[in-house]
Design a protein around this ligand. Structure first.
Ligand code: HEC
Ligand code: HEC
Length: 326
C-alpha cells in the first residue's frame, strides 16, 4: 500500500514544474527572429521568387505532370495528402513524404540525412526515376527554351539556366517557407489566454513525463538527429548510408512538429495513435534509441499532448500560386 502511494507521488512529481522551470522551458521554443541563409547562396527576393516558380512547375519532371509542390503541398503542411505519394509514373514511393516546412534550420536532409544541403537535396527528386524522372541536361535544355526563365536566370544569377542555379533558387525559396506564428508561441510570448489549460498541461507532459523533447527539441521540435523509435519496418534507414554504428539501423531523422495536425496522415495515422506507440516504448532491438522508454500515460494525458500539438499550427497566410513563365 505504502509502495503504491509512493509510486503515485513520484508520478505526480515527475510532472510538476516550478514557475522558473516553466519560464526556461518556454524559452527553448521561442521562434527565431530571422531565417539563416548560407554564405554561398545568400537571399534575394528575385531568387526566392524564381525558386517558387520552379518549385510549383511540373515542367521540371519528365512527363511534365509533377512538381515539388505535388508532394510538398502547402495545403497539407507541405507534405502529400496520402501516407505515400506517387511519382511521375505513378509508382508509389517507399517512404512517407516529410514536410518541406522550416527547412532553413535543417542540418541534413531526407529521412536518412543523405543530403548535406538543401541545394544538394533539390536535385535528388528531379533526377530520381521514381519521382520526377528528369535528366539534368534535358531539364537545362527545356528551361532554356522558355523565354521567361532565360530572362529570370539572367536577372538573378547574371548567368544561364543551369542545374546548379536551379538548385540554388529552389533552396532559397524553400528557406523562406517558415511556419507562421502559432497560438503556442503567443503563449510562450506571454499571452496566457492563447492556449487551453489542457494544452498547457500537454506541453509539460511533452517535456517531462512523456520525454518527447528528448528528440523533438528546439523551436521546430527536432534535434535533427537519427533514432530508431522501434516501429515495425524493413527500411534500415540511416544504416544504408552509414553502417559505422549499429544504432543507425532503422534510424530516421526526427521530424519537426510545427503545423503537425495539418500534416496528417503520418507514418502512424493519427496523433493519439502515435502517442500510443510511444507508450509501448517501441520494438526492443539493439538499435532501439536509448531515449525510448515505455511510458505511463493515461487517456487524459494523451488528450492533453494532442491538444498541445494542435497549438503548433502556424496562422500562416495562404500561399499564393506563382504565375509560371512562358
Ligand atoms: C513524388 C513525390 C515527391 C516529389 C515530386 C518531390 N518530393 Fe521531396 N520528398 C519526397 C519524399 C518521399 C521524401 C523523403 C525521401 C527519403 O527520405 O528518402 C522527400 C524529401 C524531401 C526533403 C527533405 C525533408 C527533410 O526533412 O529532410 C525536401 C527538402 C524535399 N523533399 C524537397 C523537394 C523538392 C525541392 C522537390 C522538387 C525539386 C521535391 N521534394 C519533389 C517526395 C517528393
Ligand atoms: C527517440 C527519439 C524520439 C522520441 C523520444 C519521440 N520521438 Fe516522435 N519521432 C521521432 C522520429 C525519428 C520520428 C519519425 C519516425 C518515422 O516516421 O519513421 C518521429 C515521429 C513523430 C511524429 C510524426 C511526425 C511526422 O511527420 O510523421 C509525431 C507526431 C511525434 N513523433 C510525436 C512525438 C511525441 C508526442 C513524443 C513523446 C510522447 C515523441 N514523438 C517522442 C523521434 C522521437
Amino acid at each position: 500500500m505504502l509502495r503504491a502511494s509512493t509510486l503515485l507521488l513520484l508520478l505526480l512529481l515527475s510532472n510538476l514544474v516550478t514557475a522558473n522551470e516553466l519560464v526556461s522551458l518556454k524559452e527553448k521554443y521561442k521562434r527565431p527572429d530571422s531565417i539563416p541563409f548560407p554564405e554561398d547562396n545568400p537571399y534575394s527576393a528575385v531568387k526566392a521568387a524564381l525558386g517558387k516558380m520552379l518549385f510549383f512547375d511540373p515542367r521540371l519532371s519528365k512527363y511534365q505532370n509533377l512538381s515539388c509542390a505535388s508532394c510538398h503541398n502547402p495545403s497539407f503542411g507541405w507534405e502529400g495528402a496520402l501516407p505515400r505519394s506517387a511519382g511521375s509514373e505513378n509508382t508509389l514511393l517507399d517512404r512517407h513524404n516529410p514536410t518541406s516546412l522550416n527547412m532553413a534550420w535543417g542540418t541534413s536532409f531526407f529521412w536518412d540525412g543523405r543530403a548535406k544541403t538543401l541545394e544538394e537535396q533539390a536535385l535528388g527528386p528531379i533526377q530520381s526515376d521514381v519521382e520526377m524522372g528528369m535528366q539534368l541536361e534535358l531539364l537545362e535544355m527545356r528551361l532554356k527554351n522558355i523565354d521567361g526563365y532565360k530572362k529570370l536566370f539572367k536577372k538573378v544569377f547574371n548567368g544561364d539556366v543551369s542545374a546548379n542555379n536551379i538548385a540554388k533558387a529552389i533552396a532559397t525559396f524553400e528557406r523562406t517557407v517558415v511556419s507562421g506564428l502559432s497560438s503556442f508561441n503567443k503563449w510562450v510570448d506571454g499571452d496566457e489566454a492563447a492556449i487551453s489549460e489542457d494544452a498547457k498541461k500537454g506541453f509539460i507532459i511533452f517535456n517531462k513525463k512523456g520525454r518527447c523533447a528528448d528528440c523533438h527539441s528546439g523551436w521546430d521540435f527536432t534535434d535533427n538527429e537519427f533514432h530508431d523509435i522501434g516501429l515495425e519496418t524493413d527500411d534500415v534507414g540511416r544504416y544504408k548510408i552509414d553502417s559505422s554504428s549499429p544504432k543507425n539501423m532503422y534510424a530516421f531523422k526526427t521530424p519537426g512538429l510545427r503545423n503537425i495536425n495539418q500534416r496528417s496522415p503520418y507514418s502512424i495515422e493519427t496523433l493519439p495513435g502515435i502517442i500510443l506507440h510511444y507508450i509501448t516504448g517501441g520494438i526492443k532491438r539493439p538499435s532501439l534509441s536509448d531515449k525510448m522508454h515505455p511510458l505511463l500515460l493515461n487517456k487524459q494525458e494523451i488528450f492533453e499532448i494532442t491538444e498541445f500539438l494542435e497549438t503548433l499550427q502556424g496562422h500562416d497566410k495562404p500561399m499564393s500560386l506563382p504565375t509560371l513563365p512562358l
